[in-house]
Design a protein. Sequence first.
Length: 335
Amino acid sequence: MAGKTVLTGVQATGMPHLGNYIGAIRPALQKAAHEGKSFLFIADYHALNSVRDAAALTRDTYEVAACWLALGLDPAQTVFYRQSDIPEIFELTVALMAVTPKGLMDRSHAYKAAKDKNEAEGRDVDANVNMGLYTYPILMAADILAMRAHIVPVGHDQTQHIEFARDIAGYLNNTFKPVLVQPEGLIQPQSATVQGLDGRKMSKSYGNHIPLFIDAKARQKLIMKIVTDSKLPADPKDPDTSTIFQLYSYFAPDADVALMREAFLKGGMGYGDAKKLLAAAVEEALAEPSHLYNEYMSDLPKLDAILAEGAEKARAVARATLSDVRQAVGLKPLK
Ligand code: TRP
């Protein structure tokens, strides 16, 4: 991927949980460390389509920013910013609207899902659908195209959005002249499903999650609540279906994981003891990031300064793109 620009957007949905960390954040950080030019931003204007609590949007955005930094995102290497700090993205959105057929938005999976749900529940098909949701893919295209991104690593559910971004860039390029980079999605392999406290997929909406950065005692308490079967300590247990073992395998060193595996298979380790080992491994992994997280959250001006620095770098790129687009369509260029 040498010489290519990589960009990812993350939702401003507040503090991530262990499942988000293992499934998405950790792999993204590992990859970012090996990339040339990369951009990562918090999609706070996208969040505004559904969030109706101003204080929550502010807080969630800070939490997401603090989490990524605490977990090792290096803002000197990855341009890290808030979407809402880049006005050029929104001007580009208007230009893209002019070349995007309405029919494309009608085919959007997210919009269709909202309509289907309304229909199934006997409401008007467009109930609770705002124009932000309807045009979500155009804003997302602007996020990507503004930074001239070549590669966009995303989860499977975002495949259509990336196709739309390519299509929309193509409409503008073909109608006027080729000024926009057509991005490619890098669809992430389905990450292992991380089990939550009740054994189902860990998810905020199920309420079975363990937030990343809460007080160590509270985290330990949640770990002790992981649901198990009623096997006795002496009984052999199946590590591969155990939530405790699964989480342990993500946080503990390999040698320790092998030991727990053996103890499960042979019998002799109780679930209570396994949970204590898990809690210790999680603490070991998260102690330093927790400390950093709390530092960031208690120094919001510092967080703002880091994001402002990222915004400045991102704006320079977005401004150049926007100027090219303005010039291509017959508006006054910016430079
Ligand atoms: N839609 C993405 C999601 O739900 C978030 C996002 C917004 C994004 N803009 C983006 C992702 C641009 C990649 C590139 O996860």
